[in-house]
Design a protein around this ligand. Structure first.
Ligand SMILES: Cc1cc2nc3c(=O)[nH]c(=O)nc-3n(C[C@H](O)[C@H](O)[C@H](O)COP(=O)(O)O)c2cc1C
Length: 228
């Protein structure tokens, strides 16, 4: 089934360059029709054997307010209830890149290197979902594995590019998968599904200090090998 034409009119390159993690949103809700256009476009993501293993739960309105409140409370309590194990550590260049991304955000938002209280507040912004009016959670069947998780990643990027092409901002958030006890209870999630991560989305608040954070990318020579 081919998707209907939508209002999005950005070139691929513009959408790829426009997408970056947004960590402050305006409260204005995105019309349901626009959300459905984005989801309709995102369906075109490829997947192993076209199995389309993603299961998407979209949260808005009163449910979003309740979720935000419960996620913040759970995160403050220090409990962690992920469906998939958290990554323990990043080593070498991966660690350096991770530090670079955190530094960009902390510098933009005025969080001091050793200010643990400010760092905690910054982390808790994840559970406030950066004030976004909407979030979605990406699930897949629990009996599947790494290959299908890659499919969900492809779906997520297609979705975030579609959001960008509609003038919307997004932030993929592994942190949202830390509190699955809360999410499962509120959204009544099927036991057979596991959550990889969530994505907060809406209209970006470009006036928020976090908007100034920018990440860089490694040159091709670090990640790509050519064979002739
Ligand atoms: C699967 C995934 C999980 C992520 N989890 C978080 C998160 O929990 N909190 C957060 O603020 N950013 C999170 N990010 C955003 C990354 O930090 C961001 O993509 C990276 O630093 C590159 O920056 P950019 O998205 O602005 O290009 C996540 C991104 C991905 C793809």
């Amino acid at each position: 089934m081919s998707a209907p034409q939508t209002a999005a009119s950005m070139s691929l390159e513009d959408a790829v360059r426009a997408r970056r993690s947004i960590r402050a949103f305006k409260p204005t809700p995105v019309p349901r029709e626009v959300i459905e256009q984005v989801l309709t476009l995102a369906r075109h993501a490829p997947s192993n054997c076209n199995a389309q293993p993603w299961v998407v739960h979209v949260v808005s309105g009163q449910t979003m307010d309740t979720l935000r409140e419960r996620l913040v409370a759970a995160a403050r309590s220090g409990t962690v209830t992920p469906d998939v194990p958290l990554t323990d550590t990043y080593k070498g260049i991966y660690r350096d890149r991770r530090i670079g991304a955190a530094k960009a955000l902390f510098e933009a938002t005025g969080v001091g290197r050793n200010d643990m209280e400010a760092r905690t507040r910054s982390f808790l912004r994840n559970f406030e979902m950066f004030d976004a009016p909407h979030a979605l959670f990406l699930f897949m069947p629990g009996y599947q594995g790494l290959r299908e998780a890659a499919d969900v990643g492809m779906y997520a990027q297609t979705l975030m590019l579609a959001l960008a092409a509609h003038g919307l901002g997004s932030c993929a958030q592994g942190a949202l998968s830390h509190q699955m006890g809360v999410v499962r209870e509120l959204l009544e999630i099927d036991d057979e599904l596991i959550c990889l991560f969530g994505i907060s989305f809406g209209y970006p608040d470009h006036d928020h200090p976090s908007d100034a954070a920018r990440t860089d990318r490694a040159p091709l020579s670090e990640n790509v090998r050519f064979y002739d």
